[in-house]
Design a protein around this ligand. Structure first.
Ligand SMILES: *Cc1c(COP(=O)(O)O)cnc(C)c1O
Length: 356
């Protein structure tokens, strides 16, 4: 019977990490993960069932993801050689850092932002350099450029719109960084479909730019589909280390079908945006909340007399939101994902019950 000291065996860089925490509870109303609250549009349901029945489960997936790349090309006017498919865009974040950084290297991001940049980077033995956002959750491009030089960062990540603050950074400042930085700029457009703002047209003029997209926030979170758009040279480097069958057949083929028949999802997005604006308005009526503007499908708000009780009250009543209070800049902040009209109604009525 072997009984060795396993903790001794684990690498130092992993030992010091904490796993990404996803609140898992049996709350009926899940407003914590920025998912699309609606199930598949009706017209896509038979499509899904039919193609599942015909899939060759005994064969490996298409390593080139040809069908899916074609569907993305048609939608975005970008050639297949400028595309890479990931098992979620999280995987692409990891591959990008692997391609552009050696152990010990630095990378950067405006902060607060998506927690996975830091977690993935640390897991690779890299040093994250958070650049503090100003009080409007924005930054000055020249100051960030200076910071990137001083921290010797090889890659900078922009979540655009930014999760969890909800805003899109000033495009002029991002542009300054793309043009002035001698490193890799990643525009993580996981919420593109809600903001409709993008930098992907800049790829052809700026070879240091990578744009990431995801289908997770618009209805296919279960299938883990993300993609990257960049100069073919960058795509070639990523392909050297990408595992050959990183994207499975079900995900590839169904994502392609969804992109080719997008109108049902578009209607859902429209409704989510209407509900987002309604939630923004209703939340602003609570005198003890500070509500931040949103270009996305979620809203950040600060609870002046403490977020803990509110979070707990919501949870006890079957509503899960994201508690962000652990970040020093987000003390007493909660993030709520826009749900279905009915879910939002229940959420708002629970808020009024505890008399905020
Ligand atoms: C949700 C999210 C992702 C991850 O998307 P997946 O495609 O599900 O891996 C990436 N970036 C940001 C900013 C996100 O909020």
């Amino acid at each position: 019977m072997a009984n060795i000291d396993l903790a001794e065996c684990v690498s130092d860089k992993i030992q010091s990490l904490k796993a990404y925490e996803v609140e898992d509870s049996d709350c009926a109303i899940k407003l914590h993960a920025n998912e699309n609250p609606f199930s598949l549009p009706d017209e896509l349901k038979p499509e899904f069932q039919n193609f599942i029945a015909d899939i060759k489960l005994n064969r490996y997936p298409d390593p080139e993801c040809g069908l899916l790349k074609q569907a993305i090309s048609n939608k975005n006017q970008i050639s297949a050689e400028s595309l890479v498919i990931g098992n979620g865009s999280d995987e692409l974040i990891q591959l990008i850092l692997q391609v552009f950084c050696d152990a010990g290297d630095s990378f950067a991001f405006p902060d607060p932002t998506f927690g996975m940049y830091s977690i993935i980077g640390k897991g690779l033995g890299l040093t994250p350099h958070p650049f503090p956002l100003d009080e409007n959750w924005d930054f000055d491009g020249d100051e960030l450029l200076e910071f990137l030089t001083e921290s010797n960062a090889r890659v900078v990540f922009f979540s655009y719109p930014n999760n969890p603050t909800g805003n899109c950074y000033l495009a002029s400042e991002i542009k300054k960084v793309i043009v002035g930085y001698r490193g890799i700029v990643v525009l993580d457009e996981a919420y593109y479909d809600f903001a409709q703002k993008t930098f992907y047209q800049d790829i052809k003029n700026h070879n240091n730019l990578i744009v990431l997209r995801s289908l997770s926030k618009i209805g296919l979170a279960a299938l883990r589909v993300g993609y990257g758009m960049a100069d073919p040279y960058i795509i070639g480097q990523i392909n050297k280390i990408r595992l050959p069958y990183n994207s499975n057949t079900v995900s590839q083929e169904f994502a392609a079908r969804l992109l080719q028949n997008f109108s049902g999802i578009e209607s859902q997005i429209k409704l989510i945006l209407q509900e987002r604006d309604r939630l923004l308005e209703e939340l602003s009526k609570f005198p003890s909340f500070k509500v931040f503007p949103s270009n996305s499908n979620f809203i950040l708000f600060r609870v002046n007399d403490g977020s803990k009780n509110l979070f707990k009250h919501l949870m006890e009543n079957g509503i899960l939101v994201r508690n962000l209070g652990a970040h020093p800049r987000l003390k007493n902040c909660l993030r709520v994902t826009v749900g279905t009209p009915k879910e939002n109604e229940i959420f708002l009525s629970e808020l009024s019950k505890i008399g905020q």
